[in-house]
Design a binder for this molecule. Structure first.
Ligand code: GLN
Length: 245
């Protein structure tokens, strides 16, 4: 019997465009396979045993929401979270959460929010927001590689040498609307701009994350049984077809 421990970073301050749906998707895809999950909400000031966490999720937020928790994130979570990430903990961060995994986010009003520097990226805000549907061709391995989502951010993120992009933009803006890249990856830490929610419409990506987490916890032979993803893939394929034209 498999089990996974999932941490949800700042669920009250950092949850826009239904990002919580990613947690629901992860847990439901486990439940369908009789994998038990324990959910740990990471609230301001929380002391978390990050070594026990298999998969973490950090959603997006308005600049004001990010300002509420940025210093707390650096002070209380940065170091133990980094150690867990170095040993393969899976972390998915969307938009505002992604920005706070980088070195800093300079908002369009000139406020410099500190990040934890786990991803070698930095973000600079602009008065021109990057908004719309987003389609990317990712490159995490085998199988279906398209991801669909929705972006809405003022911050443009620029990648350093320590990360690789999650994929290349086929439609939409991505990291910064300039270099055609979307997201950043280091170890099993993935940041991207894809709200949606992301995982319900990209079940292959949800399973990729779950498999990484499962194999870290239960060994390389741990695998996920297949699910009937007809509905989820119909949603995915509809967006791919619309955005490709
Ligand atoms: N506040 C950040 C920005 O506007 C993140 C927005 C978001 O999470 N959608 O860039």
């Amino acid at each position: 019997m498999y089990n996974l421990t999932i941490a949800h970073l700042y669920p009250e301050q950092m949850n826009i465009y239904g990002d919580r749906g990613n947690i629901i998707t992860l847990r439901q895809r486990c439940a369908w396979r009789e994998i038990t999950t324990t959910l740990i909400p990471v609230m301001p000031g929380s002391s978390i045993d990050w070594q026990s966490v298999d998969l973490a999720f950090f959603g997006g937020g308005q600049d004001s929401g990010q300002a509420l928790i940025a210093a707390d994130f650096v002070e209380h979570q940065a170091e133990p979270l980094r150690r867990a990430a170095e040993t393969g903990m899976v972390l998915l961060a969307i938009c505002g959460g992604y920005q706070l995994l980088g070195h800093y986010f300079l908002t369009h009003t000139g406020e410099k929010l500190p990040g934890i520097g786990l991803l070698d990226v930095h973000t600079v805000g602009s008065t021109q927001r990057l908004i719309g549907n987003l389609l990317i061709e990712a490159n995490w391995g085998t199988g279906r590689q398209t991801l669909v989502g929705f972006e809405n951010h003022s911050g443009g993120t620029f990648l350093g040498k320590g990360v690789k992009p999650l994929g290349k933009v086929l439609a939409g803006h991505g990291n910064n609307g300039q270099d055609g890249s979307e997201g950043a990856v280091w170890q099993n830490v993935i940041g991207c701009y894809m709200h949606g929610s992301l995982l319900p419409k990209n079940p292959h990506f949800a399973d990729h994350l779950l498999e990484l987490a499962l194999q870290r916890r239960h060994g390389a032979s741990a695998t996920l049984s297949p699910l009937d993803d007809q509905l989820e893939l119909a949603a995915h394929n509809t967006m791919v077809e619309r955005l490709q034209h």
